[in-house]
Design a protein around this ligand. Sequence first.
Ligand SMILES: O=c1[nH]cnc2c1ncn2[C@@H]1O[C@H](CO)[C@@H](O)[C@H]1O
Ligand SMILES: [Zn+2]
Length: 385
Amino acid sequence: MTIRYPATPTADQIRRAPKVLLHDHLDGGLRPGTVVDLARARGYEALPETDPERLGRWFREAADSGSLERYLETFAHTCAVMQTRDALFRVAAECAEDLADDGVVYAEVRYAPEQHLEGGLTLDEVVAAVNEGLREGERRARARGRRIRVGALLTAMRHAARSLEIAELANAHRDDGVVGFDIAGAEAGHPPTRHLDAFEYLKRENNHFTIHAGEAFGLPSIWQAIQWCGADRLGHGVRIIDDIRVADDGTVTLGRLAAYVRDKRIPLEMCPSSNLQTGAAASYAEHPIGLLRRLQFRVTVNTDNRLMSGTSMTREFELLTEAFGYTLDDMRWFTVNAMKSAFIPFDERLAMINDVIKPGYAELKSEWLFRQNGSTSASGQREAP
Ligand SMILES: O=c1[nH]cnc2c1ncn2[C@@H]1O[C@H](CO)[C@@H](O)[C@H]1O
Ligand SMILES: [Zn+2]
């Protein structure tokens, strides 16, 4: 006889569960109050609101545009206030703290160094400021009894022409907090193959990269990212659904590209709330993550931009639990997927899975055993002998 645990985790369990985040933009995750403070310090007067609560709402509503291009316009304000060493340090430290408070144990946070040079910093100084801030945030979290490890991904903007330079920067800082590379920005009209030299350079250096692909543009973008550029992971990748046919009787047929992505266990960094805002998915219940999880693609759950989506890892999992009835076992599956797909060394990933993630979920599940004598009766939750 085996005990069947209650099906859905509580909000509190979701928050306390160890979580792994692979796709989170530093310039999309500022606290609204910090944006206000930094704008005031720098004399930046173009903020649409100066009350933190109203500003937070403004970001969420402006990002709720149904188009990636309009969604991306909101980053002009966050980037504008991230132009000095102190500002970058503060934003990075708060990022690590906020993620730790949300129960994230490992995160890869990305940003585009080329967007932080207006105050006179060099690319190397930008990277150093963010790394120092992340280390400070880890320390503050530890002082409060929370453990988190945060790596940085350096992003090149796909409409610009600095990707090789940023790839070299990522490689130069690989033993110093930078775990990989990415390209981001408007997808339509900016195919990943324009940055082939950057990707080929990183492959020659045995380095890692992910590519935003299959978010605002479909299969050709995913195909190029994988087969031309050699991406280790896909940022979003939701449009892979266009290569999957589900017949009326439920039979599923994968096209060649979808089959390749699943066969090769290529990680998909899915960001449900962000996708709803940019129009890449219509609702949580209809988000491709449901089908892709059932088909056992290497799916991971991510926040993308916590400020623009007013979200957190806890909230993304709550929304998915509501939409798909996910259990703690599903959550653990997504989390192990993410940890397997991280860009840190294999032995460290394995240790995180075995020594942090699995024990964390086992601990949460076991809580139920001690609750059964209390008011929440467990009758009916045991499997028949
Ligand atoms: O979902 C997204 N798709 C594509 N680009 C994005 C997304 N979120 C943010 N950025 C872009 O990445 C830059 C560096 O962090 C941001 O400034 C934003 O322009
Ligand atoms: Zn993104």
